[in-house]
Design a binder for this molecule. Sequence first.
Ligand code: BGC
Length: 902
Amino acid sequence: MTVSLTIVQCLTEYANNPLGIDVSRPRLFWRLESSDRSAAQAFYQIMVASSQELLEQGVADRWDSGRVASDQSIHIAYAGETLRSEQTYYWKVRVWDTHGEASAWSQTAYWSMGLLSRADWKAKWIGRKSEKGVDMQPPPYLRKSFQLTKAVKRAFVYATALGLYDLRLNGSRIGALFAPGWTDYETRVQVQAYEITDQLTVGENVFGAILGDGWYAGTVGFLGENVYGERPFLLLQARVEYFDGTSERIVSDSSWQAAKGAILYSDLIKGEAYDARLEPTGWDQSGYQAEVAWEVPDVRTGYNGLLVGTVEPPVRIMQVLKPVSFRRTEAGTFIYDMGQNMVGWTELTVSGVAGHQVTVSHAEMLNPDGSLYLDNLRVAVQQDHYVLKGIGEERYEPHFTFHGFRYVELIGYPGEPDLATIAGKVVHSDMAETGRLETNDSMVNRLHANITWGQRGNFLSVPTDCPQRDERLGWTGDAQIFARTAAYNMNVSRFFSKYMQDILDCQQPSGAFTDVAPDAGWIRHKMWNANLNWFAPDNAGWGDAGVIIPWTLYVMYGDTRILETNYKAMADWVNYLRDNSEDYVRPDYANYGDWLSIDADTPKEVLATAYFAYSTQLLAKIAGVLGRKDDQIQYETLFAAIAQAFRDAFVGSDGRIHGETQAVYVLSLQFNLLTDEQNKLAIEYLTTDIRTRGDRLSTGFLGVGYLLPALTEHRKLDVAYTLLTQEEFPSWMYSIKHGATTIWERWDGWTEHKGFQTPSMNSFNHYSLGSVGEWMFRYMAGIEADPAAPGFKHTIIRPRPGGSLDRVKASYDSLYGTIEVAWHLSASSSVFRIEVTIPVNSTATIYVPGRVYAIDGVKGTSGSWEIEGCQPLESTEDESCFKLGAGRYIFESDLLAVQASV
Ligand code: BGC
């Protein structure tokens, strides 16, 4: 028997060899490959050791799982001895297939623990006193020169800031952008760990750090500055281990030096000013001869928040875009078109005389006269100012700010620029792109691209509503409606796990989840006001993110720990809703309704009651997953009571639902609130409304996510496709027809008749209305996670061909491997052909539309095939159904049957 399984990727806590974690039982993952059909794991053995050498010798001094009978290859919790501060743990795994054949051992993977207790920290928070009378403070530069006398065996540095830090060692940058990320700093700050063994030398070494105000002290949302603190501080501790067994520490303290440098100011929302003449050249390297006066840093005490390991993925420059065109304006400025609405900044190349200033201004759109459309930025200033030092070719990019833009204007550029003068740096949290989707319709492809660009533009440490105006907040409603789409597009496991922590940190003692997380100041300042319908801690569809996001992570990644960790918080939320409703009906105060719907106002109490029911039903399922039987029954009963109350209060005897908007019908259908009879009526009323509007939608942020799923599941696939490809206003394709490269905040952000919407709220990069991406993967391509075997342990493949699409190719990188679907409908005949790939150690059920007549090229009829890995299941008139093991399969079917029925 040949060995069938190869282990190709070992992850710890979803990450590749993470450093400085603080999870007491880290979860281990591996991915398997095989060329055999139905290949699966039957046993595993994990070994964990305190050094690579021991592990190689087969000595598992930390944990040996022994040979465990299990097909589980993701989320195996470490169960060895207690993990200790600053230790590195090396691990490997081997598996046995279902025939009992053992694989080779995997490559060694590792993780390291951070500083687990406060007592482990010897470092002090250091910063620089504010300059008097200066409105926007210059970012502090901090440095420490230190000598090493012996060769280094291994060295790590742990760093964080209240604010942002840009860390350098011996002249090179270390670590992520916008570190330590945004958290509610009063409660916690994330610590990053980096290995620096190779960067250290015997002799003089220098740590340098520049601190930015960031979310901590800079402008946040529209509440102004200093939401968490007045000015930034750094905390850094390095540990250097020598070959002779000794070690030493370098810590931030009053022995460091502080000064201001070339950055005059740098604010997330107000841009940056930089005077290159002031650069303290060589300040972060050995041999530096100080030209400026360095001071003793300001040491701060009394930070009582938690210092936690970093959960979120690092923010990085993820791509670089070249402009597609540029032109000179009458005023002598130059306006560039990047060809894509993007988020990050512009790198500028310039030569000129010392002291000359160039301003780089950014906007998403152009006014009709060709100038930058800046009105929608509110008080944000998307401008960076660069003052030349006047030596040769100078390159500049800003430090602690980012902009949302497609157009770039160079003001004061000396000489003639060209297309190579600027480059667009695309910056976001580094999440692997997991979903790919392509069809024969270029506009549908563009829609998918626009949705993905919306995610790139708004997933920067936290999921934000928009990246350009003075807002950029972690609105929970936007995040929840987009969460499943986001999870198809990219691996958001760590990103959303961290965001759940932000949501929890904001949860009110009452149990209410807030509409924004992390808190942008208004919780602490009690800025919400029930009469204002604004900043409320319990908005329907917003607060529910606290239940929907963990559930989404469970379904997409099989993560039960996120359910366990958040269980109490979720139950508190549902209990809060229950205690603040009357006879199970939620009041109509304080919620945003179906935000930015179009000529269709969904009554707030209807929407709020529907979401109350939905969260309760999810909680019942979650209780079931966690084996909390009593809770499950309790919340199932509660759900039934809410649904009954919903019907009594809002559904007429003719089946019409109060408000009669598309949103009330789709939410009622998708949240299981109606009787079978009422479902039939609801889908009729829904489609009639769509038809009377000329085949148009009217849903806002919340309704839109369920619109095409509701139509598809209730046999109105044709209507779903009509809406998807509708090009008239309001529709997705309307924006694309008019040049959109991202998803707009509003259906009517710009129209032919009215031009731009009111500038006070008109973002061109909001992902919420892009939640249709979920439908495209789940229904159009047909790749769906089965909640009964989550994380794509069992995948449901159920493509829904329709509309004018004749070809859809999609893939999704699950934790088990890549799931592929490529279907094709031949125009001349009714032949439907689908190729699918199911990853090793997972299974699938495929529903092929029509009657399958060939599998892998072998003709036959149901029951007559003997195809390895493929087992016929009971089929219906519309669909042929098979159970699949891992492998690649091709099905061909005759579609006439299904065409007749839709
Ligand atoms: C944000 C939205 C958010 C909404 C709440 C807006 O200002 O941009 O995305 O969900 O407020 O209604």
